[in-house]
Design a protein. Structure first.
Length: 467
């Protein structure tokens, strides 16, 4: 087990490169001061304890590398190289002095870091960062809230698309067929008889005929799908026969075959019933847990990745729900409000949400707890109903804050395209983007304070800009 410092060293105590003086105003120096490293180390150091073999890496190095990767989108190899070459990044990751003699860690350890830093752990780290930042904010006593309630919670859902090939029935069946051919090759031992026929050349030719066609008609797609289903069915029967004759399948082959059989069953059902959808549809052979998420957005009616709900409170973002299955986000509103009450000790005075959240159960729940859920009433407008259009406009303008959070997370924090491939590492990438999002908010607040201070020093104490 490694030992960690019980205090945060300053940039002046850091062993700086010869002939170079690091600036305390650097963004990574500032960002290092935003994170309660000591508390995080004390709480989660055991996650990186190594009982045998090499000395375990410090949690600060692991968490710092993941934050840098979410910020820049570097590959695992590039992250290790950037930390080796950059003194500011080394200070951020907890080095005591600049050292470019070797890599900080083997790039393959990034997968290990992502698996250990689960969404639950990152959620608690996110709360530590928010608590530390809010303790330094000026207290604002708002008397306009209803008795017993206080604050505003903004909620919304989105999809974090994964970096997968756009799924088509013929290409998915072709990929599954090639995987079964590889398994047959691995199971067959030369000299023990004739290898089962797979017709791989003809099957590949049939796939290319449809893949290279510019205008794919429904009849052509259906014909190509039928052929690929026939080849895949034949290969699966050959594998079953070889297994019955005593050939042993590895655990990896068993898992892949289970996915392939599910793909075959789903595609056969859609072919026989002339359907275009099936429950729990598999869209990737290598990532079978990913599901299509229908969004209905212009240009992206369907996305493939994890669906998530976030809440925004006073500009601070929290990951509330994440799932690889499509779900109705309205079902999670009560749990999100209850978590808000657990954090603050009271219910919010209002919840700003999309129309999909305004179902009868949520409206009744909010009415019971004196919460105003934004949006129009259900059904047709009543004849003599008078809507407060000004309040509706204010709610809609303030609800845009959650859309800005999504936009910034997808453009700058890695949520726009998830490149990790395993289920736990994808979950980590989504949760890490929320942590980086809050760190950016703290950094922007510090820049505004510095700008206001310099403005007052130049033009007098009465000139103040509010963020």
């Amino acid at each position: 087990m490694y030992k960690f410092e019980n205090r945060q060293i300053s940039i002046n105590e850091f062993g700086q490169p010869v002939g170079m003086r690091l600036s305390p105003e650097n963004r990574w120096v500032k960002k290092a001061q935003m994170i309660p490293w000591v508390e995080i180390e004390k709480r989660y150091a055991k996650l990186f304890a190594n009982r045998k073999g090499n000395v375990a890496k410090p949690l600060r190095l692991a968490l710092g590398a993941c934050i840098i990767q979410a910020e820049y989108g570097y590959s695992d190899v590039e992250i290790a190289l950037q930390i080796q070459e950059n003194a500011y990044l080394q200070y951020f990751c907890g080095y005591k002095e600049y050292d470019d003699s070797k890599l900080p860690f083997d790039p393959s350890l990034m997968v290990y870091f992502r698996k250990r830093l689960t969404p639950e752990v990152l959620g608690e780290i996110n709360e530590m960062i928010i608590a530390g930042a809010r303790s330094e904010e000026p207290q604002d006593n708002n008397d306009d809230d209803e008795p017993g309630n206080g604050g505003t919670m903004i909620v919304d859902a989105t999809c974090a698309p994964s970096n997968i090939k756009y799924p088509q029935d013929t290409s998915l069946l072709n990929e599954a067929r090639e995987a079964t051919e590889k398994i047959i090759d691995e199971l067959h031992i030369p000299g023990e008889g004739k290898k089962p026929r797979t017709y791989r050349k003809q099957a590949h030719k049939d796939y290319l005929n449809i893949a290279r066609t510019k205008k794919k008609t429904a009849n052509k797609i259906r014909k190509a799908t039928r052929k690929q289903l026939g080849y895949l069915d034949r290969n699966l029967k050959s594998i079953d026969a070889m297994h019955a004759d005593g050939k042993e399948l590895s655990s990896k082959q068993v898992k892949k075959l289970e996915v392939i059989r599910n793909i075959y069953a789903q595609q056969k059902f859609m072919y026989d019933n002339k359907a275009h959808s099936v429950p729990d549809r598999i869209v990737s052979l290598s990532q079978p847990f990913i599901r299509p998420i229908v969004r209905g957005k212009a240009g992206k009616p369907v996305e493939f990745g994890a669906k998530l709900d976030i809440s925004v409170e006073d500009g601070w973002t929290r990951l509330e729900v994440m799932s690889f299955d499509a779900y109705n986000e309205a079902m999670n509103l009560k749990d999100m409000v209850e978590r808000y009450r657990k954090r603050t000790g009271r219910y919010p005075s209002r919840v700003l949400a999309d129309k999909i959240y305004r179902n009868r159960d949520n409206l009744a729940y909010c009415k019971l707890h004196h919460i105003r859920l934004s949006g129009p009433a259900l059904g047709r407008p009543k004849k003599d109903e008078l809507r407060d259009k000004k309040q509706d406009y204010i709610d809609e303008c303030e609800r845009v804050e959650v859309e800005r959070r999504f936009s910034l997370a997808k453009r700058k924090c890695g949520l726009g395209l998830i490149t990790t491939r395993l289920e736990p590492t994808i979950s980590h990438s989504v949760a890490m983007s929320i942590v980086v999002l809050n760190l950016r908010k703290i950094q922007c607040a510090l820049l505004w304070l510095l700008f206001n201070f310099r403005l007052r020093m130049t033009y007098g104490p009465k000139v103040v800009l509010v963020q």
